[in-house]
Design a binder for this molecule. Sequence first.
Ligand SMILES: Nc1ncnc2c1ncn2[C@@H]1O[C@H](COP(=O)(O)OP(=O)(O)OP(=O)(O)O)[C@@H](O)[C@H]1O
Length: 223
Amino acid sequence: MLELDTVTAGYDRRAPVFRGASLTVAPGESVGLLGPSGCGKSTLARVAALLHRPDAGRFVLDGTEVTAWRHRAPRELRTAVGVVFQQPRTAADPRLTLADLLVEPLRATGRRAEAAARLAELAPAVGLTPDLLGRRAHEVSDGQLQRACLGRALALRPRWLICDEMTAMLDASTTAALVAAVETYREETGAGLLAVGHDRVLLRRWCDRTVEWKDCLPAEEGP
Ligand SMILES: Nc1ncnc2c1ncn2[C@@H]1O[C@H](COP(=O)(O)OP(=O)(O)OP(=O)(O)O)[C@@H](O)[C@H]1O
């Protein structure tokens, strides 16, 4: 279970972006989080991806309360969550070839020996042909780079996947291919998904249920 319970977070403790947001995703479930631009969806997604420490509230992942974020988070929690962002250009190290990008998490966790075998599975799973694997970020399209970023997120076989506007800048066919790659992975592994975005039609079609941002927040005080 992924449980965000009355979380307050932002970038200035005196003026948080949101207060008291709650959201739960069951194992194997896919939840789409919809809301207006700037409300804080990405910030909440980053809390769930162990990338942003909240100011208050609880985050419980598979029964373990998270008390440390980013590099301080225990490895078994960090590797349980894969994350894909909107902008592959800012999320990918430009020095790496797509092949190295795909298996970067294996190298970072001391599992270099598994890299070749995992690469052979990941590249076709995200639709990257062998000719693309030797190229660097500046030599591929946004869609091709985003495929590599999705592959990287799947490299350690996470139990949870967080897709923050993963397809916002992609065309319809690349969007469909990336959604299909996520769903194939989920069918194989039973992973849960939190997909954040504005595209109501896409998220309703993709996810088991969608949640409106306002429904994550506490009901307003009565008059
Ligand atoms: N690193 C940061 N430092 C300071 N403020 C930030 C930072 N990142 C985001 N913000 C601000 O926090 C607020 C919420 O941003 P966030 O990206 O979480 O919203 P969002 O709902 O995901 O928006 P969008 O749908 O446009 O991506 C915005 O006002 C934004 O300007």
